[in-house]
Ligand binder design. Structure first.
Ligand code: COS
Length: 633
């Protein structure tokens, strides 16, 4: 196997390198610090013909090979890992499935502007319960005339919300596993298609990442990508190619860190000579260079296989896993060579160090990739395991009552809620300092972005007083809107609420937030969007405008007396929906244990559905063993 880049490859490398050095390097620190997407620079990439490198010219592409694409991602990442993944997600994850599975008109309509860089693309597969187990998809697409109606959400989506074209997966046939999932092209701007706030990330901060929310989004049937039921395979095949892009990104980040460290080691003098001549450092440099060479050969080899239409899934997985695992070792050594200076913000090596980590996680964790590679070598493990495992999925907060009060006068719904809470054991004569730390509070009122203007916090504060609750909020309310200090936000990354009563006001229920309240005994949701995910995760919900509901709820909890301040009330047992006993007695044949089911009757014995056992004729016999009716117990 001889891998040689051509003169054209090297010319392209120089072109992308010059661009990255001139246009991105000077602003890379600021992009990272401010978490800013490089809008103008991405536009320039489009003008340079780099946003559709491997696609045919007739669809606006540059019609170069996959190795050229890998080199471009590598060179951008050498300067800024975030810019590298913008190109990679756009080219591999959005443009590619349209190129490979799209109809002619889909390619003209979507691939062309993507390749020309006029529109940015993104890919939506990952969900709260569908990470490594991509088959756990819960977003649904229900047919309705000439449309599919999308409901659900996607998390950790690179290029959201700057992208205008999204390839997303959704379940069209529940219960059919992989074959029940389909892929769709969804344009930004469709009614009901919204985004959450951007994540605040460790690295690749110049790329944008947020969640997609689909609330009754109508997608024309012509936007189905491939056939119905092909979505999972399309997604898996897309990721095979995507992994070449991430491998190239990991390689580029490591290359950048290596060059920084090499230059520094030659200029930094200790013990009378540059540290590069110290064997401890020179051996590190030798190892880094060796690892880079091995990674580069693997990345280019996978790209070459793809270009030549050879099987490449295993090689792409190997390259991504290897280049990113070794990439971490290289950036670690690079920072070590810089010593204390490398630990300082503003040093490129510090940014490379943070940017490298994600490459071992996204587009298949390196653990999953080892499973993929092993699958090619030893074959796939048998599907059925002797060990029964709990099926993932379902509400993040576990089994909840989900009593949603959506109809009728608001006052009556509020009264029903208060009655139900009292029946669950809540005493509203007690009070709590609203500034009690969230982790110590027995009850909280929590506001989400739906609270709107800051002055509306007054509604929540009044309710918190009457409910004997501390006040808290979702992450965006603290971080972006700055309505409360950061130590009051609830979420996976913030404070966990493990007390009794959580009342969410205008909280939509992003997975990260719900993970922070999953131990609450009772979850109450008040939101005007009946499809907000929090309603699938609550015990009681009222659908409606908080400005109307909260004053009524506050008044209903007001007992006219000052609240008694008490010690932390004891933990109330979580309300579990009751299993209803059958409404009729069970009758079992003493001969064969056949159970007569009143609901089914006995069609073979001409007994209609719904016939009670007592009404069966005396001559009726057990349809299984022929035992007389009176032998039933
Ligand atoms: N290309 C095409 N089809 C593929 C495929 C691939 N690379 N891998 C699997 N398939 C097909 C299988 O052939 C099978 O098709 P049929 O139902 O027609 O037989 C179907 O997809 C199901 O495959 P499998 O049984 O292997 O699925 P598993 O649930 O066992 O999952 C893994 C396989 C774990 C490999 C998969 O879920 C995965 O890659 N997870 C990681 C997801 C990921 O990378 N997420 C990060 C996204 S960041 S954008």
């Amino acid at each position: 196997m001889l891998f040689q880049t051509t003169k054209e490859h090297e010319a392209l490398r120089m072109k992308v390198r010059a661009f990255a050095e001139k246009e991105i390097k000077p602003i890379a620190f600021a992009l990272d610090k401010e978490s800013t997407f490089p809008v103008e620079q991405v536009k320039m990439l489009g003008e340079m013909g780099l946003m559709g490198i491997p696609y045919p010219k007739k669809y606006g592409g540059a019609e170069l090979d996959f190795m050229s694409y890998a080199i471009a991602v590598e060179e951008l990442s050498r300067i800024d890992g975030g810019t590298g993944v913008i190109l990679s997600a756009h080219t591999s994850l959005c443009a590619w499935p349209i190129y490979a599975y799209g109809t002619e008109s889909q390619k003209e309509k979507y691939l062309t502007p993507l390749s020309q860089g006029k529109k940015i693309g993104a890919f939506g597969l990952t969900e709260t319960n569908a990470g490594s187990d991509a088959m756990g998809t819960e977003t649904t697409a229900d047919p309705d005339g000439d449309f599919y109606v999308l409901n659900g959400g996607k998390i950790f989506i690179t290029n959201a919300d700057v992208a205008e074209i999204y390839v997303v997966t959704a379940v069209t046939n529940p219960g059919m596993g992989a074959r029940g999932i389909s892929a769709f092209i969804v344009e930004k701007g469709r009614q009901g298609f919204t985004f959450t706030d951007h994540y605040d990330k460790l690295g690749i901060r110049s790329s944008s990442t947020c969640e997609l929310v689909f609330n009754n989004v109508r997608i024309p049937k012509e936007n189905l990508l491939g056939k119905e039921g092909e979505g999972f395979r399309i997604a898996m095949a897309t990721l095979d190619g995507g992994r070449i892009g991430i491998a190239a990104q990991a390689l580029g980040i490591a290359q950048g860190a290596f060059e920084e460290a090499l230059a520094y080691s030659k200029e930094r003098v200790q013990f009378g000579k540059p540290i590069a001549y110290n064997q401890a450092i020179s051996f590190k440099i030798a190892d880094m260079a060796t690892k880079l060479r091995a990674s580069r050969l693997m990345v280019y080899s996978a790209a070459d296989l793809k270009e030549n239409k050879q099987p490449y899934g295993m090689e792409a997985a190997m390259a991504k896993q290897y280049a990113s695992d070794l990439g971490l070792e290289i950036v670690n050594d690079a920072l070590q060579i810089f010593g204390g200076s490398g630990f300082m913000k503003g040093m490129a090596v510090e940014r490379h160090y943070r940017d490298a980590k994600i490459c071992t996680i996204y587009e298949g964790t390196n653990e999953i990739l080892r499973a993929v590679v092993a699958g090619y070598i030893v074959g796939k493990p048998p599907k059925e395991s002797a060990v029964k495992v709990k099926k993932a999925g379902g509400p993040v907060t576990g089994v909840r009552k989900k009593i949603i009060l959506s109809d009728g006068p608001v006052k009556e719904r509020v009264a029903k809620l208060v009655e139900a809470l009292k029946a669950d054991g809540y005493d509203f004569t007690i009070g709590l300092d609203p500034q009690t730390p969230v982790s110590a509070a027995g009850r909280v009122v929590c506001v989400g972005k739906g609270i709107g203007e800051k002055k509306n916090l007054g509604f929540a504060e009044a309710l918190a007083h009457q409910a004997g609750a501390a006040i808290s909020c979702s992450r965006p309310v603290a971080e972006n809107q700055k309505y409360m200090p950061l130590n009051r936000y609830i979420g996976m990354s913030g404070q966990k609420f493990t007390g009794n009563l959580y009342i969410g006001i205008g909280v939509s229920g992003a997975g990260q937030h719900l993970k922070g309240i999953k131990s609450a005994s009772t979850i109450v949701a008040i939101n005007n969007n009946a499809n907000a995910p929090i309603f699938k995760n609550c015990d009681y919900g009222i659908v409606g405008d908080f400005a109307e509901i909260l004053p009524l709820l506050t008044a209903a909890l007001d007992n006219g007396q000052p609240k008694k301040l008490v010690e932390q009330p004891k933990k109330i047992k979580r309300a579990v929906p009751k299993k209803l006993p059958p409404s009729y007695k069970i009758h079992i044949c003493s001969g064969c244990a056949y159970e007569y089911d009143q609901g089914l009757g006995d069609p073979e014995g001409d007994i209609l559905e719904g016939t009670p056992f007592a009404m069966l004729p005396d001559e009726w016999i057990c349809p299984v063993c022929g035992e007389d009716k009176e032998q039933f117990i």
